[in-house]
Design a protein around this ligand. Sequence first.
Ligand code: ADP
Ligand code: MG
Length: 663
Amino acid sequence: MTVKLTPRLKENLNKMGISELTDILSYYPYRYEVIEYIPYKDWKIDDKIIIEATIIDKPKINYYRRNQSVLYLNVVNEDDYFRVTIFNRHWLMNLEINKKITIIGTYEGNNKILASNINTQPLAEQIGIKPYYSLNKGIRENTFLRLVEQVIEKYENKIVDFIPETIRKENNYLSKKEAIKQIHRPDTQKSLFNAINTLKYEEFLKFNLIMAKRKSDAFIEDLNFIKEFDMDKIIEFISSLPFKLTDDQSKALDEILSDLKQGKQMTRLLQGDVGCGKTIVAFIAMYATVLAGKQAAIMAPTEILAKQHFNNMQKYFADYNVEIGILYSSQNLQERKETLEKIKNKEISLIVGTHSLFQEGVEFNKLGLVVTDEQHRFGVKQRQSFLLKGDYVDMLLMSATPIPRTLATTLYGDLDVTTISQTPYSNKKIHTVLIKQNSFISKIKEIEDLLDQKNQMYVVCPAIEKGSENVRNVNDIFVNLKKHYQGRYSVGLLHGQLDNEQKQIVEKQFLNGAIDILVCTTVIEVGIDVKNANIMVIYDANRFGLSQLHQLRGRIGRGKKEGYCFLLTSSKEDEVIEKLNVIVNNNDGFIISHYDLKLRGPGDILGYRQSGLPAFVLGNIIKDSEILNKSYNDAKKIIKDLINYPLIDEYLKQSENEGVLIS
Ligand code: ADP
Ligand code: MG
């Protein structure tokens, strides 16, 4: 059978991304409508109906605006007359009197039908589930449906199965041929569901196979990755810490240290809720690297956080013979020059910094480990450029937005995942209250009592200065609070536009308790650790994402005392209130990030919007996480045993040559 295309149709198909006829097979419908035959006597208003009828007089048409039309038809079916209305189908004017047509639409009562489709095929062929395709303007629905029909008929026997037969049988997946047929022309709702599931699985499997293959390829041994260090010295360091590691921290550390000893590159994501104590785990891994005679660097997304890491390191390593250096962009030039020199000749072995760590001019000397803190704040490219700084660099990525393992692998590529799920003070609570008013006046007494007990407070605003949007800004709030609390509490101001010297002074004052109330923007969102800060007020809380609010709130209750967080909003919208209540009712970052992923999608919350998340046609990495998980596990098994899957092997080789992630 040959399928003939007019040049115009061809051009329109091209515009839809269809260049070969076989592309139509994977041009799936975007929705379906179930069309059931109901006899006229049973029709109720708003019923979806289908009826065969004969045209009894010439159609009438009215044009309004440009290219917009409404067409009226009078038809008869046995003894019943109907008046049919349909929009934007001017070509139906060609229908002649006495022509038999099939009408699909909605019953409006009084023998009136609002049609969505009018055609000349017999009714019997059209009952069932009707697919809808997103079509280019120049293509008529019926033309495309016929084309799909023809293409399936022509190619169905050439469709080969990609999913291995054993997996297919175990899970009742359809054959690819059947799945393609059912997704375009479903027999039943069940077979449609199976077809979609099958094709989603295949899509995810292809992706996970490529990932698993890359990982197994990366497993090439290279002795240069091996770090030998004295475990006794690590244990000694751990026992010198002012606290005991939690079980989860120890477990995470074990995994990381054993990676470091191996002759292959480590790419590990260490994830865990705010305050679970990831930093110290990273520091210990860095120390091990230094003991093995290599340099270790930690990269933080903000200067404040970098400096905090630097200060902590200096404390922890005070009695150890390790030199620590810091690099950040606003650093004084002389200091930077000296630090660079020391890094180059290895006088410094532990290096802390912002992204300026991997700028030109930074020359490491046997860099062995790079830790990226709050890794979702960095782009993929930024992280990779770090790897170019040394040949045998292990990577440890840290994130406080815990997500399911498979999702992490899908988003970040072929990495291993370690999750810390307990926090050191897990019995300690943060009380979160939603105030439906953009002011904390109703809680002022409670807050002042807490301040009087020597607790410090963050007051977070979405804006720095008054702008066109009606949100609170730090400048105004700072002035007001300062005036109001003069002589009683000291108030400080912190935001990204202050100059560095000012920032440093304020940070220091807040850290040593000279400032009671810090009015700030989200500059404090990541990492900041001030033990006595136990109160937080967030103005216009609806302006922030859920994960962001959770991160912000993670700044308080970090010592032994309980934390108090007040979310302020003047919004009355149900959706907003519901969203903020997720924060009020949950302290678990895992649950919160799950809500957030559902609400905003992974690109947004993980900072991956611009960086090429794999695009799946059918599969949704959040909603279809079960299928995603399954394909992930299956892919790992298949890769081990590739020789038994010649088709998959061939596919992987092809993808490699073409450099594609998904096809
Ligand atoms: P995050 O995982 O959010 O980066 P941090 O590493 O900043 O968390 O740790 C939060 C706080 O908990 C820090 O003040 C840190 O010193 C402290 N901490 C870390 N581990 C422990 C522990 N095992 N016991 C008590 N406190 C700890
Ligand atoms: Mg941290």
